[in-house]
Design a protein around this ligand. Structure first.
Ligand SMILES: C=CC1=C(C)c2cc3[nH]c(cc4nc(cc5[nH]c(cc1n2)c(C)c5CCC(=O)O)C(CCC(=O)O)=C4C)c(C)c3C=C
Ligand SMILES: [Fe+2]
Ligand SMILES: [Fe+2]
Length: 369
């Protein structure tokens, strides 16, 4: 009796689950040409700058890409590490640790990381996962708060890859985890841990990356989700209203962005005689240019100039155990219903050999789990 191949044995492929951690991306080198390539990609994304192309292109290519790369490259050089850009180093480490965590949980899940702009690209990592046999892929952005400018842009890149792919894997997307208890707990522990070693401040500033205010009125949930993260974090830390403030940083261009802005807020605290300010950036899951240079250098300097006495920058979650635990919880919750354990390979081979030799129907093979 002929042996019939049937799914999922077609082309010898068993179901295999994968998680792709996606982050923003960073230049390959702290040089003007590398930063220029990165910014051209980033600022050319219509999700990031929502100005009609006809109006934006001359500004981007005629002005910004002629002046900003050299200035930004100097800032990148000030935070660069022997292993590379901090954002790239932390993101790769998070993927390695998550692979180990999910492995410990008894799941055989492939884990990779990708960058929306720059390398390794989302398309190249999806190709690699497919080559490794992934048939189900969970897209997990390293942005806890959803924004059209970041999260949706990651999804665009995934859809673009899928549109060019013949045998598209099943895909799932994590939109947000801004209020996930594991994420809030990881933030709280990292702050408490910092305070245990360095004492407590007069004011904690929670600084989130900004976006144009317009996006809020157009329905972007980023502002609300940032506020909710801040509120849950303050509750968990037991902070009263006058002990913390939530601000938005990294304003770009002349339009109005979400307020209050971080630097003017911190300067006002310095002028008002607040002795010690600590800044934490809960929306950034790894340290990067915006935290290490903008906050820990520029904003620090501005605070001390304005009369502040002590400035502390509390590092991002980076490779903290509590954060990797949170990521693995988020992943497992979104993987629910997707089998994450491969059938035992030896058992499968035996059953296949038996079926071929003894003529057992293919349906007698162990059900793929
Ligand atoms: C021009 C518009 C920008 C929007 C909108 C924006 C949103 C946004 N960005 C992040 C996270 C990061 N941004 C980073 C750098 C960065 N951001 C912008 C501009 C916008 N961001 C620029 C031009 C740059 C590059 C640096 C510079 O030239 O100033 C980074 C750090 C990258 C690194 O390499 O370290 C992160 C992370 C979020 C979360 C967000 C919206 C919610
Ligand atoms: Fe940004
Ligand atoms: Fe910045």
């Amino acid at each position: 009796m002929p042996f019939q191949t049937e799914p999922p044995y077609t082309h010898g492929q068993a179901a295999r689950t994968a998680v792709l951690l996606c982050n923003l991306g960073t230049p390959d080198e702290p040089t003007a040409p590398a930063v220029r390539r990165y910014l051209a990609d980033f600022l050319g994304d219509p999700r990031v700058v929502e100005i009609p192309r006809l109006a934006w292109w001359p500004i981007l290519h005629g002005i910004i890409l002629r002046t900003r790369p050299a200035k930004s490259a100097a800032k990148y050089a000030s935070i660069w590490t022997p292993e590379g850009s901090p954002l790239a180093v932390w993101t790769a480490k998070q993927a390695t640790l998550l692979r180990g965590w999910l492995g410990q949980a008894g799941h055989h899940v492939l884990v990779r990381h990708a960058m929306r702009y720059g390398n390794p690209s989302i398309a190249s990592q999806l190709d690699a996962l497919k080559a490794e046999g992934a048939t189900r892929i969970l897209i997990l952005p390293l942005y806890p708060q959803y924004s059209g400018t970041t999260t949706a842009s990651v999804f665009d890149a995934v859809y673009g890859w899928a549109a060019r792919t013949r045998n598209v894997p099943e895909l799932r997307f994590v939109n947000r985890y801004h209020d996930h208890p594991g994420y809030i707990e990881a933030l709280a522990r990292s702050i408490e841990d910092y305070w245990r070693h360095h004492g407590t401040p007069d004011r904690l500033v929670m600084s989130f990356h900004g976006v144009p205010e317009r996006t809020l009125h157009l329905g972007d949930p980023y502002h609300c989700e940032s506020l909710k993260t801040g509120r849950l974090l303050a509750q968990r830390l037991g902070l009263r209203k006058e002990q913390y403030q939530l601000t938005f940083q990294s304003r770009f261009g002349k339009a109005k962005w979400l307020e209050p802005y971080t630097q003017p807020t911190v300067e006002a605290l310095g002028r008002a005689g607040t002795r010690r300010v600590d800044v934490v950036c809960p929306g950034f899951t790894s340290d990067c240019l915006e935290t290490l240079e903008e906050i820990n250098m520029e904003v620090r300097e501005a605070f001390l100039h304005a009369g502040g006495k002590e400035f502390h920058y509390i590092p991002c979650l980076n490779d903290s155990h509590a954060f990797i635990t949170a990521l693995s919880q988020v992943a497992q919750q979104h993987l629910a219903g997707w089998p994450t354990t491969l059938p035992d390979a030896a058992q499968q081979a035996d059953a296949l050999a038996q079926a071929l030799a003894g003529g057992a129907p293919a349906s007698a093979l162990p059900a793929p789990r």
